[in-house]
Design a protein around this ligand. Sequence first.
Ligand code: ATP
Length: 301
Amino acid sequence: LTQLFRPLDMLGMVYRTVRQGLIDMSAMFQLIDTDAEVKDAPGAPALVVRRPTLTFENVVFGYEPDRTILHGLSFEVPAGHHVAIVGPSGAGKSTIGRLLFRFYDPRSGRILIDGQDIAGVTQESLRAAIGIVPQDSVLFNDTIGYNIAYGRDGASEEDVRRAAEGAAILPFIERLPQGLDTEVGERGLKLSGGEKQRVAIARTLVKDPPILLLDEATSALDTRTEQEILATLHRVSERRTTVAIAHRLSTVADADQILVLEQGRLAEQGTHSALLAKGALYAEMWARQAAEREEERDAAE
Ligand code: ATP
């Protein structure tokens, strides 16, 4: 019977994985035991990251031949800097993340990490260098410990505990009678959105990647949990090159650089204060969201 249910379980997982904007591809490939349309070049070397700089060089991309989504996008993120990508729905924000993880190859232009074209290195080494905290994390129907250790082959229990501590979920785990051995998901404990995010953050900490990709990592949470998770993410992203794809501008104001994307083009670029001073698209978006926050506060009172 388990054999019958296993594929169904996998299908459910794949569905949930695909449904979220950006996905943990390595998890998904392992589940469906297949590979993407993108292939390693014969004899491709591994990516070697000494200084995790990230460069988009005139990247043109579309999912279909007759519809271009990114129209020659160029930007650079210095090692250790935090960049936030904002813009209206459909502007191409998540697409940038998918290209960075090499789910697809650009039609033209290049994406470089530490000066190496990601199309020319092994996908395994590329994906080992990038940690993703997606908006809706995929947890396996297994123990909490397994779900955290999944970040890296050979992670020890000590690694898992340290990561859980870094993600501020260790006290919660220690209160469970079976601790790290507690089953989660459909078979066991149901975790809240915030707890799931913390497990995903711990998984990323075990992986310890030089580059972090946060895909609206907190959008599914209530404001208080969001603030707490953001504080944790802030700590976790210190010293790592971080790309955050965001809807809510309140979560990106302290980024080193904000890229404002509009219909697949870079409309504006700068710090929060510089963009506000400019009084154009970002400033308008900020004013609109501030008014919405005000309304929400009034409605809550
Ligand atoms: P949102 O803020 O709503 O998540 P976004 O800025 O992240 O939007 P993307 O998800 O990058 O936008 O999508 C950019 C465009 O590409 C959209 O018009 C979308 O419909 C299209 N698109 C996204 N994924 C695919 C796909 N797999 N096949 C075809 N078109 C797609």
